[in-house]
Design a protein around this ligand. Structure first.
Ligand SMILES: C[S@@+](CC[C@H](N)C(=O)[O-])C[C@H]1O[C@@H](n2cnc3c(N)ncnc32)[C@H](O)[C@@H]1O
Length: 336
């Protein structure tokens, strides 16, 4: 709390309230490398973004007051935060089922009624969401997503590849590539750049390769610990590095609750600084780092990028209470 009060001061309660709501727009990014396959009919339910030609969105509707049923399903935090915007509930997220329907009220573990649903035990989906506090489209069911013509990505996240500004023949390393939102954006902005993505588990890199196949993009992605790219892969003299490290994700909404401790935030900072240290080793002089997080603490943002080995060229912050987006931080650094 203290960490957040430092950033938000007298706007603190506005900030907390804004975290309880979803972003008012649900964004997709079009795969502009396949423009010729995207038809007007595919886009009929979407609005075009005012700034980016590749960004389309649908409005999120709500809040709606829900009827409460005596049968209940209690779900974990992550599942509740998806169900509140209309997602179905799958088995692993379910903590407890009480009563026997036919309609169940879906509650978070701390007692927030987020949605109502019907049990569908015969299929892979366990609870079909029939009514939720907020509503929008179900992304995975959209044709443009199934055909690889678009990918789900928030607007603030789209600024990252734009700020990285890839150019032909530049060598660009994405240190934290999975699930590929920013990597694929960089590639579609400049397919002639030499881009390579790293992530540290086999499973994530395999899934990322599947995403790239679906989008028909050819980008090498490698399993590796990006804190040691110089030592383990002999990488050096690169032009640009994207660091999008694990973070406390405090800017991600809607949030039903969050219990991050100062100790966890300090640990994130230690980890995040290791990526910046690694970027220093692999970059050429005057090489660029784009550092981004979906969190708002000074510890994971300004304190990480205030490194005397880099000049800070630009910092952009998105505040959920002001910009109606995910709380987001992006810095552009230049190696001295
Ligand atoms: C915030 S996510 C990245 C999101 C991604 N850039 C995007 O736009 O879709 C952070 C990623 O860092 C990866 N990661 C964590 N530790 C790592 C390490 N030591 N080396 C490489 N990747 C790591 C995680 O597996 C996770 O996929």
């Amino acid at each position: 709390m203290t960490e957040l009060k430092i950033v938000y001061g007298s706007y603190f309660s506005d900030f907390l309230t804004s975290l309880g709501r979803p972003n008012p727009r649900l964004y997709l990014r079009l795969n502009t490398l396949r423009w010729d396959e995207i038809h007007e009919a595919d886009l009929s339910i979407f609005n075009r973004d005012e700034d980016f030609e590749e960004a389309i969105y649908v409005n999120v509707i709500g809040p709606t007051k829900l009827e409460e049923y005596s049968s209940r399903i209690i779900v974990d935090k992550k599942t509740a935060e998806s169900a509140i915007i209309g997602s179905n509930v799958y088995q692993p997220g379910i903590k407890k089922i009480e009563g026997n329907g036919p309609i169940y009220s879906i509650f978070s573990e701390n007692g927030v009624h987020v949605a109502n649903g019907k049990l569908r035990a015969e299929s892979e989906i366990l609870v079909e969401n029939v009514e939720s506090i907020y509503r929008s489209v179900k992304i995975s069911e959209l044709d443009v997503i199934k055909k690889g013509l678009a990918i789900s990505q928030g607007k603030s996240s789209m600024y990252v590849a734009r700020m990285l500004d890839p150019r032909p023949a530049e060598t660009i390393v994405d240190m934290n590539a999975y699930p590929g939102g920013k990597l694929t954006h960089i590639y579609q902005l400049e397919p002639r750049a030499k881009i390579i993505g790293f992530d540290h588990t086999n499973k994530k890199v395999q899934k990322l390769r599947e995403v790239l196949v679906a989008l028909r993009m050819k980008v090498p992605v490698v399993v590796g610990d990006s804190r040691y790219l110089y030592e383990d892969f002999n990488i050096r003299e690169v032009d640009k590095v994207l660091i999008d490290p694990p973070c406390s994700a405090i800017g991600v909404r809607p949030k039903i609750y969050d219990r991050k401790t100062i100790g966890e935030i300090k640990n994130f900072q230690i980890y995040q600084k290791q990526f910046l240290n690694s970027a220093f080793k692999i970059l050429k002089k005057k090489g660029v780092v784009i550092y981004s997080t979906c969190t708002v603490t000074l510890k994971e943002n300004e304190e990480v990028v205030s490194d005397p080995r880099f000049e800070i060229e630009r910092i952009v912050r998105f505040h959920p209470n002001l910009h109606e987006t995910t709380g987001f931080f992006i810095a552009k650094l230049v190696k001295r």
